[in-house]
Structures are given as structure tokens and as C-alpha cells.
Design a protein around this ligand. Sequence first.
Ligand code: 5GP
Ligand code: ZN
Length: 138
Amino acid sequence: MDNCIFCKIANGLIPSATVYEDEDFRIILDMNQKIRGHMLILPKQHYADLYELPPQLAAKAMLLAQKAAKACQKTMDIDGLNLLQNNGEAAGQSVMHFHLHVLPRKKGDDPKFPAWDEESISSEEMKELADKLSQQLS
Ligand code: 5GP
Ligand code: ZN
């Protein structure tokens, strides 16, 4: 993808604060540090989102997230950690190249992030929804 910023960063065509690199992925510091240590895990090949990402790379992204989380735990005084992965504009995705956010957390840091109001849903609707999803998953 010629005009994709994350293709360029992941493949070293644009410099970045790289913390890890292998044949499939690069892990960089996000240029807008939502919190100190905020990282992005980027595949080197262009996949727009989780739906496009091949399963073996999806599995590897999670393994790298675990490594990155452990590195945070060892090097920073953190109390928690979030993984965040947005798909589609409605979900807040702004760069249409798959990326997984790694967000170290401190007690008392911005409690609004991430925060959603709960949706009210009846137990019947819950059962119907679980059945529908379960048919697709099995
Ligand atoms: P999204 O909202 O799509 O899940 O997150 C995109 C993230 O990419 C944002 O947190 C944004 O700060 C980060 N980002 C966008 N462009 C660049 C860039 O050129 N370099 C780096 N390091 N991060 C970027
Ligand atoms: Zn790309």
C-alpha cells in the first residue's frame, strides 16, 4: 500500500521509535503517548484490520503483546495494562492498517480511558444473542 503510513513505518521507510522488529512485525512507540510507554504492534504486510489479518499473524500479535506487556512490567513502575485494537471508524480506528495498542496503566491515571456506558439488555435478548454468536463460532 503506497500511501499507508503504517506500511512505511513497519517496513522502516519512515523512522520510528522502534522497540522490537522481526520478519513479520515492528513494535513502535505511539507518537501520541496516551500514557507513557504506549506502544503499537504493526504487521509489516498491509492488512486493514482484524478481519483481514491472517490467523497465524493474529496469534503472533497476541504473543508479541504478551512480550511487550512483560517488558513494560520489568522496566516501568506500572499497576496494570490494557490491550486495545480498533476496527472501523465507528470503533475509533483512524489508521486503516491493523495495529494493536499496548497501554501501560498506573493507579489513578485517566479513569475515563477506556470507558463505556453499559447497555441494558434483557436475559431473553442475551440468550438469543449468545445463541446467534455461538452458531457462527462453532
Ligand atoms: P487508532 O485510533 O487507529 O486505533 O490508532 C492510531 C494510532 O496511531 C494513534 O494512537 C496515533 O497517535 C498513532 N499514529 C498515527 N500516525 C502515527 C505515526 O506516524 N507515528 C506513530 N508513532 N504513531 C502514529
Ligand atoms: Zn499499511
